[in-house]
Design a protein around this ligand. Sequence first.
Ligand code: BG6
Length: 486
Amino acid sequence: QDGISCDMVVFGGTGDLAMRKLLPALYYLHRDGHLHAGTRIFALARAQHTVDSYRKLARRHVSQHVARSDFDQHAWDNFAARMDYLSLDVSQRVEFPKLTKLLKKNSGRVRVFYLATLPSLFAPTVKHLASVGLADEHARVVLEKPLGESLITANQINDQIGAVFDEARVFRIDHYLGKEAVQNLLALRFGNALFEPLWRNAHIDHVQISVLESVGVENRGDYYDRAGAMRDMVQNHLLQLLCLVAMEAPVHFEPEAVRNEKLKILEALRPITGMDVQDRTVRGQYAAGERAGERLPAYYFEKRVDHDSNTETFVALKTEIDNWRWAGVPFYLRTGKCLAQRKSEIVIQFKPVPYRLFPRSGDNPENNRLIISLQPDEGIRLSLMAKSPGRGMGLQNVDLDLDFADAFKRRRWDAYERLLLDVIQGDATLFMRRDEIEAAWRWVDPILAGWQDCYRSPKRYPAGSWGPDAADSLLERQGHRWLDER
Ligand code: BG6
């Protein structure tokens, strides 16, 4: 068994995140021997449960969310024996001594408080933890996004947390950083000598970062309708991906070194303000449509969404990084819900050869491209020109294709497994520091303000399509196009 013996305390223990992500991740860590034998899990929520009824509920969800062949009754029984349940209303200070009583038996052990609750409960929770002496030097706190709705509100939350926990003990999750494929981006860039000399404006024409989802808002209409795609995806996941593509090599693979480099990128992002908001961004919302014969409802007919909603479910934008390495290279970001496919990928388009020596066969003008696929498949594809067989010297596109599932025939860890283990071990490398969050909001806020000032209605796109046409025009104006297999 690896690791450190710890108490993992999950606030929101009956919620969606706990059931779909946290408990399955902890189950895998347990099953694969990565949880110390002494590690205990305390689920907390308002609902009244006995330990047994909670374990039953957890079993039902975990068995649905891990692969069928990975669910093992014996492993489950031992895992369930680590679990305890406490009914607690976090808004009530008087309820916290119950928690102290439960945890103080293990004083001196690492204590992880995972706040898988509404952000409005973060402040009272940490305040009450401090008031009963549980926020001491052994404690760490994990915060789920969204962290605020703007720079001001994010600062309020961070100030309230910071009054109790110093920065080194605050772990802000962006689960994209826990994905194997995302870490592979760092391995590709900094573990190989091949790409780095080319990784700059002299050789790169433009970069595309797409996180496309086929699902709609599912059951999260009330949250999503207030947030929208910009706050839900761009402010965090897409900007973090952009940082990993663009950052300089850190001096060490350690929290401060990595986060310093990411911060420099966020600070070098060219602001999008005023008229640029119209020119460089596209916001869309899905209308009714269909995919593979299935009819899909419009966004404003989704559960718990306002019928007059102007919330965006799609964003595309063009940005630049004003620094020595990247000046002049467009970075196109795009994300949306209810699209034709689930697909996340990063496309690095290199510049064409300076002089065309050979004629081309076929009519595909694109080549010299590196495609990093993040989901659903994980892999790296290098699109090259090669001689087409036969007479003459006609060239055509061929791919060098690396599929990680083929290359490593092992189960892929879920992002939360990796991140939970990192929290237990106190490694914050893959977590966001406060100044990163602030820099991201500082860049996002003027875009949100611009949308509010200049045009209120998002562009409609049929559910099941590739998004609004305006997202295509955004690139066509620069002579580029999204790399989609349409
Ligand atoms: C979450 C967003 O952070 O990421 C969701 O709130 C989104 O709206 C999800 O669906 C996407 O994550 P993944 O891992 O499925 O790509």
